[in-house]
Design a protein around this ligand. Structure first.
Ligand code: ZN
Ligand code: ZN
Length: 551
């Protein structure tokens, strides 16, 4: 026979069969106090653990046997009076939140330490989708405050969740300068924690850097005290000149290249404008290389005609690919309006986490907002300053061709130089020998440096294509939920095996077609690509994580 407390452990492991078995046995034995009194050593019920693990089936079974469990309060001093709904909210388990509320959980209950509600927990832990469902579907109060008088915006600012700041201000018009009892406004907290981006977003919505708290400190004072002069200057400069001040929604991206550069300079993120000049690196290197070829290497390539042929082939291919990337639309997703977000997206059960708050449109699964182009780019890989454009769904193939052909051209050029020097095929020039030598050696050095620089990039691209991951995804992997199953293990939903990944990279249709209807309206993105393994193997006893430490 198993003890009653095994119910808590079974719920913590998400074991549906065991929970059903133990709960039914306890209820058959006629325990009058119900399941609420069955707790682990720390004073948490089975429902708390089922909620934080997101085990929807377990939640429904427990609620069936004892409805009072849905609103059971924690007894542990540090987490006193926390409800299962709060645990589900801070763990970001949306399905569990919905299940608990449908089973009768109290939406606006607050715990006794700080006066936090489930919505406040969801926002503190950055779960914008949970927050949206709590507010929009279950009508949680957006004006609620904790015991210190902190608003929802304070929590978002404290943790640096800038998309939640966008969401709360744009959709629910919350007060950007609301003050706690001790005079802290949200931007004070962003400055306190060193969240520059959150501070910038707050400033762009009119947060004041001159309002002081009770100690007489404004946001800049706090920033200087906690994170030094440099950080304070950064906030100050945001306040004096904010590129997103007007919250203008980006227009259509110009087709012609001159206007495109002008648009980037005008709209793009100021700090990132400088690399624009790097776009000249490739044309200059090609020009210098070809001059050396014309004046020096041509005679070698007459004898080494295979090398000479491939040299030309690769140079032409790289110029073609360079122009193709530079001149094409990398897969920009058209910008919409706030009305569109409110009336269409938020009502179509599309969650705020999938919305770009600058473009006011849906972000398809593998897209990202490029700060330099100020547009969302479909299947965003990275913004490459050397080709002056984003690498997205429309330019990624050309980018691989570009890398390969530059690699080939550099190798051929170095091969010709090798024959020139080491095979003593020296051709005497019609100008001075010293100049000749300097030109050859400098081209040799530049080409070698470029080759060393480009080889890891090429290898990385090949590796990522074989595994069907973009550069952006490989860098920001932890940000994307679809890479992690419910146990936090890595899982790539796009991976179809190396061969098919390569095929689909080259032959796929624009990924955007998956997310947009013919008329340009968004389809509901498929969020169910995660492996559904809520039903954990009941023999797995290796669960050791203590989640109570996380609050
Ligand atoms: Zn965007
Ligand atoms: Zn870009």
């Amino acid at each position: 026979m198993v003890g009653d407390v095994d119910l808590v452990f079974a719920a913590r492991r998400g074991s549906v069969e065991n929970v059903e078995l133990i709960a039914s046995r306890i209820c058959e034995n006629g325990v009058s106090t119900g399941l609420t009194d069955i707790r682990d050593q720390e004073g948490h019920t089975a429902m708390h653990w089922a909620a934080s693990g997101g085990y929807v089936h377990v939640i429904r079974i427990l609620a069936k046997y004892d409805p009072a469990l849905v609103n059971a309060l924690s007894l542990k001093p540090r987490t006193i009076d926390q409800t299962p709904l709060m645990w589900a909210a801070y763990s970001g388990k949306l399905d569990a939140v919905v299940a608990l509320l449908e089973c009768g959980a109290q939406l606006n209950a607050v715990e006794s330490v700080m006066g936090y509600s489930a919505l406040m927990f969801a926002i503190q832990f950055g779960h914008i989708n949970v927050a949206h469902v709590l507010i929009d579907r279950f009508h949680a109060n957006v004006d609620q405050r904790d015991f210190r008088g902190s608003t929802l915006l304070h929590f978002a600012a404290l943790q640096g969740h800038y998309s939640i700041i966008h969401y709360l201000i744009q959709v629910y018009s919350v007060d950007v300068n609301a003050s706690t009892r001790d005079g802290f406004i949200p931007i004070h907290l962003a400055a306190l924690q060193g969240h520059l981006r959150a501070a910038r977003v707050l400033i762009s919505y009119g947060a004041s850097v001159s309002i002081c708290n009770e100690k007489g400190q404004n946001a800049i004072h706090i920033a200087r005290e906690k994170h030094g002069v440099k950080f304070a200057k950064a906030i100050e400069s945001c306040a004096s000149r904010d590129p997103f001040q007007s919250h203008q929604i980006p227009g259509d991206f110009p087709k012609d290249i001159l206007n495109r550069f002008r648009t980037r300079m005008k709209e793009g993120n100021f700090a990132l404008r400088c690399p624009q000049i790097l776009v000249y690196v490739f044309p200059i290197i090609v020009f210098v290389n070809y001059m050396v070829y014309l004046f020096i290497l041509r005679d070698v390539s007459v004898r080494r005609y295979t090398l000479g042929f491939f040299y030309h082939l690769f140079i032409l291919a790289s110029i073609f690919a360079f122009c193709r990337i530079l001149l094409s639309n990398p897969g920009f997703i058209p910008a919409r309006s706030l009305d569109y977000v409110k009336s269409t997206l938020l009502q179509q059960s599309i969650l705020p986490g999938e919305i770009c708050w600058t473009c006011m449109n849906l972000k398809p699964m593998r897209s990202k907002h490029c700060a330099l182009c100020n547009r969302c780019v479909d299947r965003f890989d990275h913004h490459c300053p050397y080709v002056g454009n984003c690498i997205g769904s429309n330019t990624d193939r050309a980018f691989v061709v570009y890398l390969c052909s530059v690699f080939g051209a550099l190798s051929c050029a170095l091969g010709l130089l090798f024959h020139l020097y080491f095979r003593s095929e020296i051709v005497y020039p019609f100008f001075s020998f010293e100049l000749w030598n300097i030109m050859c050696i400098s081209v040799c050095i530049v080409d070698t440096i470029c080759l060393i620089g480009i080889t890891p990039l090429l290898l990385q691209q090949c590796y990522l294509i074989v595994n069907d991951i973009t550069v952006n995804e490989s860098i920001n992997m932890t940000r994307y939920n679809y890479f992690w199953d419910s146990h936090g293990r890595f899982y790539n939903p796009n991976d179809q095996g190396a061969f098919r990944n390569c095929l689909s990279f080259w032959y796929r249709r624009a990924a955007r077609a998956v997310y947009y209807n013919e008329d340009g309206s968004p389809q509901t993105p498929n969020l169910n690509t995660k492996k559904d393994d809520n039903l954990v193997d009941t023999t797995n006893n290796s669960f050791t994580m203590d989640q109570s430490n996380r609050v």
